[in-house]
Design a protein around this ligand. Structure first.
Ligand code: GLV
Ligand code: MN
Ligand code: MN
Length: 420
């Protein structure tokens, strides 16, 4: 194979940055909120249109694709030795309500451009390369993040998935069949060794690369996420006629619990610990009615698993204390509490080789990604590119075309490095 400088120039020459940018912009318009805001929830007509678009681009590039029972999509560039396990890349195209255009999509559309640049360059990798579009990295519809990769890794079983229902009571089984995916869920899990390695390209979602003026971050670890729902049962009544003594207001307990999330995070956590109450719903949600029920959705993360769990336990204790004092019934449902993941030295070394002459830093990912679960079944690493002020999960999320193109360049070369 050509030396790495030649490969660098060949790949660079074959990345069509303007076309990739136009495709990202086109994709952004498959949205249930007005541009530049993106809302693309699992298996909605919008999500299905975005999937068709990606598959049509793959087909246009002469790349074959297949889908599993969850709609995880695998786009393949055949290597010269079909007996070897493939090197994979990929990310997600789903977007939480009113979010941005680049979270996930840079790794999918950029991953496709990496494969196309390799095809155009005429370089033939020994191992096959696969681009994976993961189904529902975002937890919007069924409450659990990384649905597709979680199931692929075996961390989520078919039986567990059969219990899932969305907020409208539609089961995952029904929803996926409506979307045209009806193969048995048992077929989603992949065995150890199915992939040789996995590399995910993603926007940083924090401002450190931008502040350091660096175009690439090499991710060495991914923080451990946990999320839970707490439902509270109080007593409703007339806001005017019911005097204050003896009230069992579910919202007031919820408000105290939300404050306890902050307090537990600040007191039990470290500078790397974050705790957020992102969902608060009350019933009956009427101005002249005492809230009888409340529901909180809470997200706690840390790079250190023990410390994350200490915060979690402090929160659970506080919830019990608050609910006892206020005479409120409560139920806690853990959605997930996942361990952190480490990148593998072999994948990091492949990327380091590519990054020799490119300014970069090594860093931790505080957001979770499909790589968190791919790490359970193969060696992984991630590449970050800067995004404007670190904004993410909001409509003004932005990454520069030239930063995306460089990310694709480093990704393509790292895939080739791993595929030889
Ligand atoms: C992924 O979107 C996350 O919440 O980290
Ligand atoms: Mn996201
Ligand atoms: Mn993402």
């Amino acid at each position: 194979m050509e030396n790495s400088l030649t490969i660098h120039h060949t790949i660079h020459h074959n990345i069509h940055s303007e076309r990739l940018w136009a495709e990202l912009e086109h994709l952004a318009h498959f949205s249930d909120s007005p541009y530049p805001s993106v809302t693309r929830v699992l298996w909605t007509p919008t999500d299905m249109q975005a999937r068709v678009y990606l598959k049509s681009l793959a087909q246009g590039a002469g790349l074959a694709w297949r889908e599993d029972a969850l709609g995880n999509t695998f786009i393949r560039l055949e290597g010269t030795d079909p007996t070897l396990s493939a090197v994979a890349t990929g990310s997600h195209n789903d977007a939480i309500p009113h979010s941005g255009r680049f979270d996930g999509t840079v790794g999918v559309m950029g991953g496709l451009e990496a494969l196309r640049a390799i095809l155009r360059s005429g370089i033939q990798p020994r191992r096959s390369l696969e681009l994976i579009l993961f189904t529902a990295e975002e937890p919007t519809r069924f409450g659990v993040g990384c649905l597709g990769s979680r199931a692929m890794s075996g961390a989520l079983s078919a039986a567990q998935m059969r219990e899932f229902k969305d907020a409208d009571g539609v089961s995952l089984e029904q929803a996926r069949q409506n979307a045209g995916y009806d193969a048995p869920l048992e077929g989603v899990q992949i065995p150890q060794g199915h992939y040789h390695a996995f590399v995910e390209l993603h926007i940083e979602q924090m401002p450190s690369l931008e502040e350091l003026g660096l175009p690439i971050g090499l991710v060495t670890a991914i923080a451990a996420p946990a999320s839970l729902m707490i439902t509270l049962e109080g007593e409703g009544g007339h806001a005017g006629a019911r005097l204050m003594p003896g009230r069992r207001d579910a919202l007031l307990a919820a408000a105290e619990i939300a404050l306890a999330v902050e307090q537990a995070t600040l007191e039990q956590g470290g500078s790397d610990t974050v705790g957020t109450t992102g969902i608060l719903k009350i019933h009956p949600n009427a101005i002249n009615s005492i809230p009888s029920q409340a529901e909180l959705g809470i997200d706690i993360r840390d790079t250190d698993l023990e410390r994350r769990d200490r915060v979690l336990n402090a929160l659970l204790e506080a919830t019990q204390t608050i609910c006892q004092r206020r005479n409120i019934g409560f139920n806690i449902h853990m959605l997930n509490s996942d361990p952190p993941a480490r990148s593998s030295e072999c994948v990091l070394d492949a990327a380091r080789k590519v990054l020799q002459d490119i300014p970069h830093t090594e860093m931790v990912s505080r957001a979770y990604h499909d790589s968190l679960f791919m790490a359970r079944v193969c060696d992984i690493a991630m590449l970050f590119i800067p995004c404007y002020k670190g904004y993410s999960h909001r409509p003004d999320e932005y990454a520069k075309p030239q930063d995306i193109a460089l990310g694709v360049q480093v990704l393509a070369q790292t895939l080739l490095e791993l595929a030889q």
